[in-house]
Design a protein around this ligand. Structure first.
Ligand SMILES: Cc1ncc(COP(=O)(O)O)c(C=O)c1O
Length: 346
């Protein structure tokens, strides 16, 4: 893979910070190398900057080599690092679908990188030709999100593959699969080897129920992963997160049970919402949320807030006019939402 095509020269040539534990490989029993406090074990020790144990366990679960896995403080860290690794501020630009997850645009703005959103089609499918037509010689990244937030649909895998292939040699495609566990599609992890310029993002924040511990994953060609490890903060994943996630990885049945419950609740909630008089449309969902178009969106949103039920108002988002985004909760939470809506009077 010709990394010069994709990455900033300054990033490729930099020497990363070498942490105390980098210089020594093996089993030591006396640690006097990192100016740590010798008391208060295990929190006194810096975490493993390479996340070796955690990566090995994730590699087994996902059936991907550990060298193809980057771990970040949420997927948001990987999004920011990918922009910083590839785009010269004020020179290069990124492209994304519109509407989509808001952090791609924020991370681009923070890095002074131009961001262009390309509208999905009216049915929320990818507009392949419009996306490729928007690529310029300065475009370094293309963000896709499938299932997409907030539209809730997955894209046709053939469209995704077409875009990745056509962007090869020009830039990286970042395919955000945060909601893949709720999707009818298997996602692209099994096809990682087919595309040198594909980076897949996944997270422990959704299906695994671990949003509070902050752990995101990026999967890609090992050459790309090495660069992300080179530029991240050395100790980006703390000891508690690494240990807790290792523990959860031995109980994948929990995640499977949660996904099953959420999917069955999604079906019930969608049906019941569709029966309400002010609901115009419940869009098909491949994620753990529903996009729902209603009459008087603002008033319903405020009514729900007054009833202590918080949903997300997406009515100002392109293609989502009049829409609320509603996360699928527990049966009790969903019932409270439906009760609150049933009391709503125009
Ligand atoms: C598409 C998408 N990607 C990433 C994230 C954030 O993931 P993380 O919690 O791993 O930073 C979200 C959160 O809502 C999301 O919707």
């Amino acid at each position: 893979m010709n990394l010069d095509l994709y990455f900033r020269p300054s990033v490729l040539s930099l020497t990363p910070y070498s942490s105390a534990r980098d210089d020594f490989q093996g089993e030591a029993s006396v640690f006097l190398d990192a100016n740590e406090n010798p008391y208060n074990s295990p929190y006194n020790r810096y975490p493993d900057p390479h996340h070796r144990k955690l990566r090995k366990r994730i590699a087994e679960l996902k059936n991907v080599p550990p060298e193809s896995i980057f771990l970040g403080n949420g997927s948001d860290e990987a999004i920011d690092l990918l922009i910083r690794a590839t785009c010269e501020p004020g020179v290069h630009s990124v492209l994304a679908i519109d509407p989509t997850y808001g952090m791609y645009a924020v991370a681009a703005a923070v890095n002074n990188v131009r961001y262009t959103g390309v509208l999905l089609k009216e049915d929320f499918s990818l507009d392949r030709e419009k996306l490729l037509g928007a690529v310029t010689s300065q475009t370094r990244l293309l963000f896709l999100c499938s299932p997409n937030n907030p539209t809730a649909n997955s894209f046709d895998p053939a469209d995704i593959a077409y875009l990745v292939r056509n962007f090869q040699g020009q830039g990286l495609v970042v395919l955000d699969e945060a909601y893949i566990d709720f999707s009818r599609y298997p996602g692209f992890l099994g096809r990682l080897q087919d595309f040198e310029n594909l980076v897949i993002l996944q997270t422990f924040s959704k299906a695994w129920g671990l949003a509070g511990v902050r752990l995101g994953m990026a999967f890609a060609n090992p050459d790309i992963i090495k660069i992300l490890y080179k530029i991240k903060y050395p100790y980006n994943i703390n000891v508690l997160t690494q240990e807790l996630v290792i523990d959860f990885l031995s109980k994948p049945y929990l995640k499977d049970q949660w996904v099953e419950m959420i999917l069955s609740e999604r079906t019930i909630l969608a049906q019941r919402l569709a029966g309400l008089p002010f609901v115009k449309m419940v869009y098909p969902s491949d994620a753990n949320f529903l996009l729902v178009q209603v009459d008087e969106t603002e008033k319903i949103y405020n009514w729900l807030c007054g009833q202590s039920v918080i949903v997300r108002n997406r009515s100002n988002v392109n293609l989502c006019s009049g829409c609320l985004r509603i996360t699928v909760g527990t049966p009790e939470e969903n019932q409270k939402l439906l009760d609150a809506l049933s009391y709503y009077k125009k």
